[in-house]
Design a protein around this ligand. Structure first.
Ligand SMILES: [Zn+2]
Ligand SMILES: [Zn+2]
Length: 160
């Protein structure tokens, strides 16, 4: 697959952006340099770039697809309230696939592990709104509508 100019600009912007941008984040950044580019074109090129191994598409839950300029396998934690996704400082357990391999008649070739939780900002916001997580614990797949003053899914404005 050829590295077109569009593709190169998209890749450059992903490398400049915060760690785990959504397609919309990439689109906003690329549009400043290529005002006529469409969101569809950005999506398509993100798929191509993941296919080329230049970036990786993250297997994280939540409403947004996320992309990562770090193409090594690593684990993430996602805030269930604001959907911020951060790297977890933990070694990738590549050997558990080998340990499982052959069992159940499967060849084990990969695994996904996503942590979920509440980031520091959302814990603060929940405290202000008297949300008692010890009495009303989140389910694994639940999203919370905590008013953090940010657009849902927009992620943190800074600090990433
Ligand atoms: Zn949060
Ligand atoms: Zn990452």
């Amino acid at each position: 697959m050829r590295m077109t100019r569009q593709r190169r600009v998209i890749l450059e912007e992903i490398r400049n952006l915060k760690v785990h941008p959504s397609a919309d984040d990439v689109y906003e950044a690329v549009r400043r340099r290529m005002p006529r580019i469409s969101l569809g074109t950005v999506y398509r090129n993100l798929e191509v770039l993941s296919g080329m191994g230049e970036i990786q598409k993250l297997p994280v839950g939540g409403p947004l697809k996320r992309y990562d300029k770090n193409t090594h396998r690593h684990y993430h934690v996602r805030c269930i309230a604001c959907n911020r996704v951060e790297d977890v400082p933990m070694d990738f357990m590549g050997d558990i696939e080998a340990a499982m391999d052959g069992s159940m008649g499967f060849r084990f070739l990969g695994h996904h592990l996503e942590f979920t939780g509440l980031c520091a900002d959302c814990q603060e916001a929940a405290k202000d709104q008297d949300h008692d997580f010890s009495r009303d614990p989140p389910r694994f797949d639940q999203s919370f509508a905590i008013n953090t003053g940010r657009r849902p899914g927009a992620g943190p404005a800074a600090g990433m």
